[in-house]
Design a protein. Structure first.
Lengths: 275, 198
């Protein structure tokens, strides 16, 4: 099928339609989110592979079955412990809120403070994407550490907990950035500035740190702090000279007038929502 | 005022194979993965749009395509990334459209839109042109549409399409022929309604 066999592009209307298609582009944000998701997936896969490798290595030893039982016992122990804590909390709550004559302990409601918190919005696609299997998801009875602990990995975190921690950290950062961006888009530049600074403070070196910087740049510019905005722009260019962020920073620098306002990205022509 | 759309897309800024300067402390994907996204995301996203997905759904679907591709990166022959990605995109779009068909929010029947046809002047605007293109493409059968888009718009060769979709070359040819016929019929109907001349 040669080039000559392609549809008649000499027809001006067809040419215009096809050219319009070629001119359509995804938002930079969609690209960034995919890169971020790929980074998270790579981390998860690496951690999972490390876990599997460790398990495989153990399995080659004569004591493999012992280790297996030890793991089972560990999770069972955690499950039992969690259950005991739940029952204890229920009992305490009952003593606190119920009259002494109450014979029925409302376990479910009393244990609510220990229930898993609602899952934050995930960065993964919603269209039935294959999700990487987390090591701790392979054990149905095991409680998810992310439900019981802080999302940030701790020095004591087990390898199995690392994927959740990484994903949670990214989700938190995404939420933080989304808040700053929403503030910027709704014209609350001051709020956007403080939020973007908070994102940088709480997620130093995060995957979306360039995004936070960019929002800070726009917010400063909207607040009339052109010089500060230009400083951020120069920093963005220095950190990632070929990134889309740097292109925007250059646009700001090239605008010349420190007080001229360059519009931030549209509120979601291609969906600026968090995945 | 600087137009946001005037910012070049990443693929124009970064040559394939090159990676951005890493963000300090970030866990950026490996360079080939990153280059894959930067070089091919716009084309994959555009193909997904022409397959019938909304912009927001195309964002999600494109992400899914690349996440899927990363898992099979070692199977992708260097130089054939685009065909591979388009093949995955076709599958993802097919599944996505099956669920989106229930919503049916954007692909109304082409025939029922005769009264709102854009004029020839308005067609100069790219957005209008894309709307018309998408409506014309929506009249094509989905499997025909995928082949038509990949060949006519994304300019993949027939052997590449056959490989990407895992279908015989003859099937590609027949779908392409049907796609052209159906597209031409839709275009002719549009011209009759609007009086647009060739």
């Amino acid at each position: 099928m040669s080039e000559q066999s392609r549809y008649d592009r000499d027809d001006p209307l067809v040419g215009a339609l096809f050219a319009a298609s070629h001119a359509e582009r995804p938002s930079d944000r969609a690209v960034e989110k995919t890169l971020a998701a790929m980074g998270a997936t790579a981390s998860v896969l690496t951690a999972t592979a490390a876990t599997h490798a460790a398990t495989s290595a153990l399995a080659t030893k004569p004591a493999a079955s012992v280790v297996g039982w030890a793991l089972l016992a560990k999770w069972t122990g955690i499950g039992v412990s969690a259950g005991l804590v739940t029952v204890a909390a229920a009992g305490a709550a009952e003593r606190w809120v119920a009259p002494p004559t109450s014979a029925v302990v409302p376990v479910v409601s009393a244990a609510a403070p220990l229930a898993p918190r609602p899952a934050p919005r995930a960065p993964a696609p919603r269209l039935g994407a294959e999700q990487p299997v987390h090591a701790d998801e392979t054990t149905n009875a095991a409680p998810r550490r992310s439900d019981l602990a802080l999302s940030r990995p701790t020095p004591n975190s087990s390898p199995a907990a690392a994927p959740d921690a990484v994903t949670d950290a990214l989700q938190e950062e995404l939420l933080c950035i989304d808040g700053a961006r929403a503030a910027l888009e709704s014209g609350r530049a001051s709020d956007a500035l403080s939020r973007s600074e908070r994102c940088e403070r709480e997620h130093p070196g995060g995957r979306l740190s360039l995004e936070a910087l960019l929002i800070r740049m726009y917010a400063l510019q909207k607040l009339g702090q052109g010089a500060a905005a230009r400083t951020i722009a120069e920093r963005l260019i220095a950190i990632a000279p070929k990134s889309p962020h740097a292109a925007r920073a250059r646009a700001l620098l090239e605008s010349g007038d420190e007080n001229s306002v360059i519009d931030p990205p549209p509120a979601g022509e291609h969906g600026s929502r968090t995945n | 005022m600087v137009s946001w759309a005037s910012i070049p897309e990443p693929s124009e800024q970064v040559e394939a194979g090159a990676a951005h300067a890493p963000v300090p402390g970030s866990e950026a994907p490996a360079s080939r993965e990153r280059a894959l996204v930067l070089a091919h995301f716009p084309a994959v996203w555009r193909a997904l749009r022409r397959f019938g997905l909304s912009a927001a759904d195309a964002d999600d679907a494109a992400q899914q395509v690349f996440l899927s591709a990363v898992r099979r990166l070692d199977q992708i022959e260097p130089g054939r990334e685009r065909a591979f990605l388009c093949g995955v995109a076709a599958n993802v779009a097919f599944k996505a459209r099956r669920s989106a068909a229930r919503r049916r929010e954007e692909l109304d029947d082409f025939e029922n839109r005769a009264g709102s046809e854009p004029s020839a002047e308005q067609l100069l605007e790219q957005r209008r042109a894309r709307e018309l293109l998408d409506r014309l493409l929506a009249t094509l059968e989905q499997d025909v549409r995928i082949v038509f888009v990949l060949h006519e718009l994304e300019e993949l060769t027939a052997p590449d399409i056959a490989e990407a979709l895992a279908i015989p070359l003859g099937t590609v040819a027949s779908r392409l022929r049907r796609g052209r016929e159906q597209f031409a019929r839709g275009l002719a109907r549009y011209r009759i309604r609007t009086g647009a001349k060739r």
